[in-house]
Design a protein around this ligand. Sequence first.
Ligand code: GLP
Length: 268
Amino acid sequence: MDIRTFDTPEAVSLAVAARVAEALGARSRVVLGLPTGRTPTGAYAELRRLHRAGVASFARAMTFNLDEFAGVPPSHPGSFRTFMEAHLFSGIDLPAPHIHFLDGAAGDLDAECERYEAAIAAAGGIDLQLLGIGSNGHIGFNEPAEALVARTHRVRLAESTRRDNAALFGGDASRVPHEALSMGMGTILKAAEIVLIATGARKARCVERMVNGPVSTQLPASFLQLHRRVELFVDAAAASRLPGGGAAGEEPRSGSGGSKDPPLRDGP
Ligand code: GLP
């Protein structure tokens, strides 16, 4: 993994947006994989600004979001589709037909997952996949488990993940759906390039385990160690448990190896 450490979350956001803008400019047609969560919102705001400034155009891009809550229609205020509209899509020139999303309200959720896999393949695969990381080490909604699913699938959400997403449902974790649809680990690892963003001290432990721990289904993000082209954009707080801990600088570092700590698990 190439690790790029910045002093602040704001600096991370600017660097990630510049990375995406570079990808948009480098080829005529780019397929982006996109995450939700608080972490990428600064980068999305900067991409909207770059678009307004005439520096970044999404006119020929296509997007596939990682995941969506089950039982939640796209228009629901708590849906990830609504989140993306507010934070990114409404402020850029991405044509609506180029936006791809899992439909959490589909009648047959398994068929919906298959439809999504086929749509990604039909688009030629994902060129650049952006990722956040859950506080329990999940990516997308691939939760820590005895086994992970490779393809887009239905998933039961960990209680910690439901609490982390409460803000989308009026701050009430009990209203967060118990199930979601998510790209699988295999779907994510098929992307040509991956950029993972992590900021804040709350992510320091799972960042350390992702970079230096064993590859384990109990920390799904650790599977990124198996991918050739992963860039990790972190702030000093999220990098604080890495060797050299949190010293800002854009020098790519590599991480691998075996930590003796037990795998992260959900709280009670
Ligand atoms: C949700 C999303 C993940 C995201 C995670 C982290 O669970 N499904 O894709 O990475 O939240 O959220 P935050 O960035 O708010 O910490």
